[in-house]
Design a protein around this ligand. Structure first.
Ligand SMILES: [Zn+2]
Ligand SMILES: [Zn+2]
Length: 361
């Protein structure tokens, strides 16, 4: 099969690889669609350090082709969205109702039993997040699969596996945006646009989108932003205050991963407001919050990982909202590619061309 393989840092290409059959607790998926996400790039450039060579891809949907021993509740022919965190339902975090932090396995490129299914010339290849779904087929843990209705288009369903869940979840699960509230979102890529949609779904009154690019801001409007600020021309925190009678917003989100922007996000929230960091910065970066103001302003500064999702509940919920026309996934997909064009899809993401590029098989 064809897969996008990262051979070494910053070197990636579509290669022919082989795939072993699913072992105990695993299923083989015929991929239908894979979203191209910034975290794939983070593996390619080493921001997310994983042993290479490795098959990227962690935002996907497809059809179950084969079921390994001991798998219950998933059958050949089922349609599934892949969760980039397998959820065991039994560990410390699962019992804390925090399945996004499930400890069943550390993503080190291997399957949960420590071995590999993808091979090239007899050598093991790693996979990203137990998935490696930027490939025609993927063998994945059954506990990474969320079954969905068969009438949902798989190219839209794939987006729920990472970007849309991360953004909508940050608004409704992490922040708990309330009806009538004011919201600011820094960064209007796939995740930022999904935060905007989450805030709209939650009934926010004012949603301020902030970005450097006018085309992204136009998109933000179509996804529910009520106001847009181009931060290459205007000061973000000042604009947020002007639009909220001088107070600052109730909920300020950062969806890029840049320390300076995290500080501006913090400065955009009102006293006693909420600051939600969704963007993934570099391991070596620090954010110098003002030591006096952190206490005096009484803001809640929180990180949000994977939209604090419970995948088995949230993925079908988001797709139900999509089917009823309340969550816009159609306009999220701004370009599609074949697996052979996957390198182009990565390059387009680096250039910021797409809300989401999706690989179709
Ligand atoms: Zn992702
Ligand atoms: Zn668990």
């Amino acid at each position: 099969m064809k897969a996008l393989v990262v051979q070494s840092l910053d070197k990636y290409s579509v290669e022919e690889v082989t795939l072993d059959p699913p072992q105990a607790g695993e299923v083989k998926i015929k991929m239908a669609a894979t979203g191209v996400c910034h975290s794939d790039l983070s593996v390619i450039n080493g921001t997310l350090p994983l042993p290479l060579p490795l098959v990227v891809g962690h935002e996907g949907a497809g059809v179950v082709e084969e079921v390994g021993p001991g798998v219950i509740g998933i059958e050949k022919g089922d349609h599934v969205v892949l969760s980039f965190v397998p959820v065991c339902g039994e560990c410390f975090h699962c019992n804390q109702k925090e399945p996004q932090f499930c400890r069943v396995g550390a993503p080190n490129g291997r399957m949960l039993d420590g071995t590999a299914r993808v091979k090239q010339d007899g050598n093991d290849l790693g996979v990203m997040q137990f998935l490696g779904c930027m490939a025609e087929y993927a063998v994945v843990p059954a506990i990474s699969c969320v079954k969905i209705a068969k009438d949902i288009p798989l190219d839209k369903a794939a987006l729920v596996g990472c970007g849309v869940m991360t953004g909508v979840g940050a608004a409704i699960n992490t922040a708990g945006v309330t009806p009538g509230s004011t919201v600011a979102v820094y960064g209007c890529g796939g995740v930022g646009l999904s935060i905007i949609q989450g805030a709209r779904l939650a009934g926010a009154d004012r949603i301020i989108a902030l970005d450097l690019a006018d085309n992204k801001l136009e998109m933000a409007r179509s996804f529910g932003a009520t106001d847009v600020v181009n931060t290459s021309k205007d000061n973000g925190p000042m604009a947020c205050k002007e639009l909220t009678d001088g107070h600052g917003v109730d909920y300020a989100f950062e969806a890029v991963g840049i320390p300076q922007l995290m500080l501006e996000t913090n400065a955009s929230a009102r006293r006693g407001g909420n600051v939600i960091i969704v963007g993934v910065g570099k391991l070596t970066d620090q954010v110098p919050f003002n030591a006096l103001m952190l206490s005096m302003e009484g803001k809640r500064v929180m990180g949000s990982f994977y939209g604090d999702t419970n995948p088995q509940h949230d993925f079908p919920m988001l797709l139900s909202l999509y089917q009823r026309g309340k969550l816009n996934l159609d306009d999220m997909v701004t370009n599609t590619y074949s697996i052979s064009e996957a390198p182009q899809a990565i390059e387009d993401m680096i250039k910021g061309v797409n809300a989401r590029g999706v690989i179709l098989y």
